[in-house]
Design a protein around this ligand. Structure first.
Ligand code: ZN
Length: 269
């Protein structure tokens, strides 16, 4: 699982941080850093070869880096539902709240479109979401998440799968199969054909959702996690290097751990 990051800092690989510290120092935005974080950064600059320093200060630094697509830890995200609240919206909230058990972001329905950070529509045919705080740039009268196939007779596990996946995007996560750690060799013509036949996806849709690989220096990512809810089902015929991704219906152990690192609970009880 990964999250998009700005290029100023970060990457969970030591190499990325070293590049940030050594070569992109001028791009580091430190105005929001507290004294402790500044100190951590100074230590890293003098001893960038020490990976343990990176591990030790990684979270401290990340929290203040310009992570434009991440919400603030402990934030309550208000959700407006086009068409009002009903049984369907309650099910969406119930499944979305599974993420909240593993991180400090909470979701809450609101009838006020003005105060909502996220706006959900249920328009066929596709399901999608903006990534993290990109939602804030969407015009007020438009959805930031769409669920295209949440009918009452949809099997429970499929309902849960799509809600968890799209809310993963809303929390800033990108597709597992587009991780720099995946480097899939795609059987492109078969994949284009499959998604056109089954979902009427254009070539551009397939490129964006499947083939486009995110760069190491713009993402913070775990080692490849084939069990992540953020992966698509990719059968081995879709690839030329034998890779495949199973259909996942729930958060993986890595998903749970990682979302907690991205949104730690900062309120001490
Ligand atoms: Zn997706």
């Amino acid at each position: 699982m990964k999250v998009e990051f700005t290029k100023e800092l970060t990457g969970d690989a030591f190499r990325d941080l070293r590049i940030a510290v050594n070569e992109r120092d001028n791009n580091l935005i430190t105005e929001n850093f507290n004294a402790e974080q500044i100190q951590a950064l100074e230590k890293l600059k003098t001893r960038p070869e020490h990976i343990y320093l990176f591990e030790e200060y990684r979270l401290l630094l990340e929290m203040s880096a310009q992570t434009k697509k991440l919400w603030k830890p402990n934030q309550i995200l208000k959700i407006y539902f086009f068409g009002g609240q009903d049984n369907r919206t309650k099910r969406v909230l119930d499944y979305a709240s599974i993420w909240s058990k593993h991180c400090s972001i909470q979701f809450q329905a609101t009838n006020s479109i003005e105060e909502a950070q996220l706006r959900i529509a249920f328009q066929a045919p596709s399901s999608w979401s903006y990534i993290g705080t990109d939602a804030l740039g969407v015009p007020r009268n438009e959805p930031t998440i769409n669920f295209g196939w949440l009918s009452d007779d949809l099997p429970e596990r499929d309902y849960k799968q799509v809600v968890l996946h799209e809310f993963g995007h809303a929390l800033g996560l990108i597709h597992e199969h587009q991780s720099p750690a995946a480097s899939v060799k795609w059987n492109k013509y078969l994949v284009y054909w499959h998604f056109w036949e089954n979902h009427k996806w254009t070539k551009a849709d397939v490129d964006r959702n499947i083939f486009q690989e995110f760069e190491t220096n713009s993402t913070q990512h775990s080692a490849l996690d084939r069990l992540s809810i953020m992966g698509y089902y990719i059968p081995t015929q879709f690839t030329l290097d034998g890779q495949e991704f199973p259909m996942n219906y729930d958060l993986s152990e890595v998903d749970k751990k990682y979302i907690g690192e991205l949104y730690p609970n900062l309120i001490l009880s």
